[in-house]
Design a protein. Structure first.
Lengths: 282, 282
């Protein structure tokens, strides 16, 4: 079992643990290098299901943080691994974007969904491929009534068809606005089929944590979750028995953290930014 | 105050109070004619927000049931009347179909939404018309991420912007399948904005009933709701203090009705079909 892990939030929200807008946070690359020099495994974690892990590798490398695809876990890659681990039979219907479809393909599943983008007519009678054994849904900015219908009818009409969500984040911050997140797509489908997903993969769900721990053979007692959001990142670490470190460069503000009235919701540690880790090296 | 009303469910579900598929139910036109001969006002009610009231007039007339636009109340027409009654200021953003947009226009509101059909790119920064004072949402088979985003940002960023749903039916039965209903669209938006609608208009909401009663000056104590679905039609009538008559030609089966274990959910009367009313004339 590896000595320890630092899992870090790297969503493509504007401000997060490692970057602020498109710029790296001062000291971020040095902090990651320092942790690695101590023999710690650093895993980069995000609930974003729309981008491939390669995209994150490129972004990290571009900011001077060496990374390979195995260092990255997204809600899409963990969802695809979960399909494999749960021995899903048949094809997979994807209501999501290219990053999710690519991960499902990489796990060996024939999948459909992307090729339905742009279909505006719902034929009657409405039928679906009877071989679809699971529907996976995340943020899909090409969502349509046809795709929602196809997913709903697969779940309702195909015996044993599973229903998995990559994540249930309600919103997705972009420049100047808060837009609907994966949770909005999931809510539409859950309402149509009259039940919640059989599993939600992303933070704070422990499905994602178990995927990370087992993939990298890590000991939760010697692992720290570093995140910028109390109700996903820190909750995720707390539920899994990890130590938790909140950084104040992202979503949660110091005021919000100090306003916590339940000790159970407080991170073990907090720092202004990831740069604080470099102080330990001095 | 008019002596009484019979409000009848006329959704475009396959089987309902007045038709089964595209065929009229035997005795339906005679039953309506008989009730009218007794001086009773018959109002035709549906939660379907996608079709214009004219469409229902044509369908009824085509089946030998004389009807004018004022005899029809849809969740769309009632929603538009509700906007007017609540003195909504500014423009209205419609996540819905042509029937809803037409009703909103008919109430004098400048509205947008339909012209956003087919937009696939979400620009950044994302901005909305600051004059939008209300978002109305129902079943929209041209729903898109752009329209959901436009609606969400209007609600979140425009001070005082109202959020109304025509109806929250989870599903919509079509030939051979159950497809997502207006409730699915509403759930997506409610999740994104982090709150439920300020009002839901359609059955079983009493907003719709109040619209009917006040428009036609009717006494609820002398009014009967005739419907084919326990959890919308019959609930709607019960909540409003109307008498209720369940017909078994639509969604609810005799077995389901007999399985009710709570007296409060039972209709006052039930008959196999609307044709039973003709027995009263003999």
């Amino acid at each position: 079992m590896r000595s320890s892990l630092i899992a870090m939030e790297v969503s493509n929200a504007k401000n997060t643990v490692l970057w602020r807008g498109s710029a790296a946070i001062d000291g971020a690359k040095e902090a990651v290098a320092y942790l690695r020099s101590l023999g710690k495994k650093v895993v980069f974690v995000t609930n974003n299901s729309t981008k491939s892990r390669d995209t994150y590798v490129k972004k990290l490398v571009g900011q001077g943080i060496p990374a390979s695809i195995d260092d990255i876990v997204t809600s899409a890659s963990a969802c695809a691994a979960f399909l494999r681990k749960n021995e899903v039979k048949g094809k997979v219907y994807v209501v999501g974007e290219a990053g999710l479809a690519a991960e499902v393909t990489a796990q060996g599943f024939e999948n459909l969904g992307l090729e339905h983008n742009g279909i505006t007519e719902v034929p009657q009678p409405f039928t679906v491929d009877p071989q679809i054994g699971a529907v996976v849904i995340g943020l899909d900015r090409a969502i349509s009534y046809y795709k929602l219908s196809y997913a709903a009818v697969s779940i309702l009409n195909n015996p044993g068809c599973k229903f998995y969500a990559t994540n249930t984040d309600a919103t997705f911050p972009v420049d100047g606005a808060i837009l609907p997140g994966g949770g909005s797509c999931v809510a539409a489908l859950a309402t149509a089929v009259g039940r919640q997903p059989d599993a939600v993969i992303g933070k704070p769900s422990q499905v994602l944590l178990q995927t990370i721990l087992s993939t990298h053979n890590l000991d939760p007692a010697r692992t720290c979750m570093v995140g910028d959001r109390l109700n996903t990142d820190i909750e995720f670490g707390r539920l899994g028995g990890l130590k938790t470190l909140l950084v104040l460069t992202g979503i949660t503000t110091q005021e919000e953290m100090e306003a916590i009235d339940n000790d159970d919701q407080r991170p073990d540690f907090y720092v202004e930014s990831i740069d604080a880790i470099n102080q330990l090296a001095k």
